[in-house]
Design a protein around this ligand. Structure first.
Ligand SMILES: Nc1ncnc2c1ncn2[C@@H]1O[C@H](COP(=O)(O)OP(=O)(O)OP(=O)(O)O)[C@@H](O)[C@H]1O
Length: 288
């Protein structure tokens, strides 16, 4: 071979096809022929309209769903199911309501037979990193939504997985909290070098956080386009590179969503996707 070194691929999906069987109906093709490679330490977002297969793709990488055909490799090894190297953070924090914040974060370590004192120290360390050291002994219901998601992130990262899989983790949060968590996640990602796959409906969230954005399409679900994000970090959403990219992605999404709406509504189709356009006076970003 020549004198160049290939960057290390962490996750490789090759021609992944996923069908869900439905009684008395044709199967739903959730993913068709998805091929995607993700490098070690890369932050990749999956973006696209409802039903385009984002969660299915994430669940296949997590080992929670099995592809119907095609292959998935992590560190060049086929995936047979869930593993300690991959952890999922969901939209709902999923904390045990009867356990303190500290016990919630320690739980995964104790399951893995980490000695109690070490588990406590590691959990407290992670609670400091997500700025919740003072809430170690609080119960989940005493926390705000943003704080709960911080605990969920600490609980995931304390076990030191190689890959963090995030399924709309900030979708239920208000915009200000979301922006703070973007900054925190960006910092944690840069400090830890984890590989992250992040599912979102929010274009601005995707451009602010990602190295690459995988824009997905529906019917059948798959990849429509991939956008590298070449802006310096830490980022602000007003960065002109990001604003320009956000509009490019939105233009492609509009085409996709018009296609979907026409198929769904047929002759009733009247809705225009122009309403999705970014209003420069509106800080919220576009949810799709
Ligand atoms: N367990 C299942 N059984 C049957 N069909 C399913 C199942 N899970 C997903 N699907 C179907 O597969 C397609 C893709 O679903 P998926 O949840 O992956 O999409 P998504 O892009 O994550 O959607 P959303 O943004 O609304 O969460 C949809 O048509 C969905 O109805």
């Amino acid at each position: 071979m020549g004198g160049f070194v290939l960057a290390e691929e962490h996750i490789i999906l090759q021609n992944v096809h996923k069908e869900f069987q439905r009684k008395d109906h044709a199967p739903t093709i959730a993913l068709d022929d998805v091929t995607l490679s993700i490098k070690k330490g890369e932050f990749v977002s999956l973006l696209g309209p409802s039903g385009c297969g984002k969660s299915t793709l994430l669940n296949i990488v997590a080992g929670l769903e099995k592809e119907t055909s095609g292959s998935l490799l992590v560190n060049n090894k086929p995936i047979k199911g869930p593993g300690n190297d991959r952890i999922v953070v969901f939209q709902e924090s999923g904390l045990f309501p009867w356990m303190s914040v500290l016990d919630n974060v320690m739980y995964g370590l104790l399951i893995k037979k980490v000695p109690k004192q070490e588990a406590k120290e590691r959990a407290l360390d992670w609670l400091q990193k997500v700025h919740l050291g003072k809430f170690a002994h609080a119960l989940p219901h005493e926390l705000s939504g943003g704080m709960k998601q911080r605990v969920a992130i600490a609980r995931a990262l304390v076990t030191d997985p190689e890959i963090l899989l995030m399924d709309e983790p900030f979708a239920a949060l208000d915009e200000q909290t979301r922006m703070v968590l973007h900054m925190e996640l960006d910092k944690l990602w840069r400090e830890t070098g984890k590989t992250i796959i992040f599912v979102t409906h929010n274009i601005r969230e995707a451009v602010v956080l990602s190295d690459r954005i995988v824009l997905m399409k529906t019917r059948p679900g798959g990849i429509k386009n991939i956008f590298p994000v070449q802006a310096a970090r830490p980022r602000t959403s007003s960065d002109s590179i990001l604003v320009h990219l956000e509009n490019r992605i939105l233009t492609e999404l509009e085409q996709e969503m018009e296609k979907v709406l026409k198929e769904e509504l047929g002759s009733d189709y009247a809705l225009k996707t122009d309403d999705l356009r970014v209003d420069p006076n509106n800080n919220m970003g576009s949810d799709i």
